[in-house]
Design a protein around this ligand. Structure first.
Ligand SMILES: [Zn+2]
Length: 258
């Protein structure tokens, strides 16, 4: 698949879906583009303006390694050339420079634990971080929250600055097989079968956290109602579609990351 064909996947259609059957180089490019675009989406709200936050993308060929942004690059300027590939063992295997040490300590154990996870994102957001101080799961308080029905964990550790792999492994354990882990007193972290869906679902989590913070005593929907709605809003393709919208509305031309 040509680069142009890959970009055409950003054209909106309710029936559109991620490209399949593409070769490893094309798949690697898609993952790197989504990573750089994800950083720019974060920057569009000022998230990560102080350097906090990271996105990682598993390499499609050397699956025990992942890509992330070189430390020091402003999120709003991220391009595919600014990405560095790091092994789960902590060695830089492609690209130059270092990634955020916390990105490695948190994300490496998650990628190692979860072969289904391609993308992961964590940052400190206006509502995600305040909500995390409750050290509880998201209540089922809105449509966006239901994406996490039965698929969220809470990391209750007091390590609010993750500087070692042992803590990262405990975070990976708290995530378990879920899509979201609330890092108590710290923020949110979401994962996906693509970088796009991880970022899309991060926006869902942030929205649900906003509702919880603004309306702490609001109604929550029943487990039965949440279970009924989860298959639609919780579908990986829904997270992917949210990302396509975010690219269009927050970044514009996706080729800026090339
Ligand atoms: Zn953090």
């Amino acid at each position: 698949m040509s680069t142009q064909d890959i970009y055409s996947s950003f054209e909106f259609s309710l029936s559109s879906a991620p490209a399949t059957g593409i070769d490893l180089e094309a798949e690697r490019l898609v993952r790197k583009q989504e990573t750089a675009l994800g950083y720019r989406i974060m920057a569009s709200w000022g998230w990560g303006a102080d350097g906090s936050g990271h996105i990682t993308a598993r390499d499609p060929e050397d699956t025990d390694s992942f890509w992330s942004l070189r430390y020091g690059i402003p999120f709003g300027e991220a391009t595919v050339q600014d990405l560095v590939r790091v092994s789960h063992g902590g060695n830089t295997v492609e690209g130059t420079g270092d990634i955020n040490p916390a990105a490695f300590c948190i994300h490496a154990p998650i990628h190692a634990n979860r072969s289904d996870v391609v993308g992961a994102i964590h940052t400190h957001t206006p509502y995600g971080t305040p909500f995390s101080a409750l050290a509880t799961p998201l209540p089922m308080n809105c449509q966006e929250a239901v994406a996490f029905h039965g698929t969220q964990g809470v990391f209750e550790g007091e390590e609010v600055n993750v500087t070692d792999l042992a803590t990262g492994r405990r975070i990976a354990d708290a995530l378990g097989t879920s899509r979201l882990v609330i890092l108590a007193n710290h923020g949110l972290l979401t994962v996906g079968t693509s970088v796009a869906s991880a970022v899309g679902f991060y926006l869902n989590a942030e929205r649900a956290a906003e509702v919880a913070v603004k309306v702490p005593d609001g109604r929550v929907i029943s487990p039965a109602a949440a279970a009924k709605t989860h298959p639609s809003v919780g579908d990986e393709l829904n997270g992917w579609h949210i990302f396509q919208w975010l690219v269009r509305s927050r970044v514009g031309d996706p080729t800026v990351v090339n």
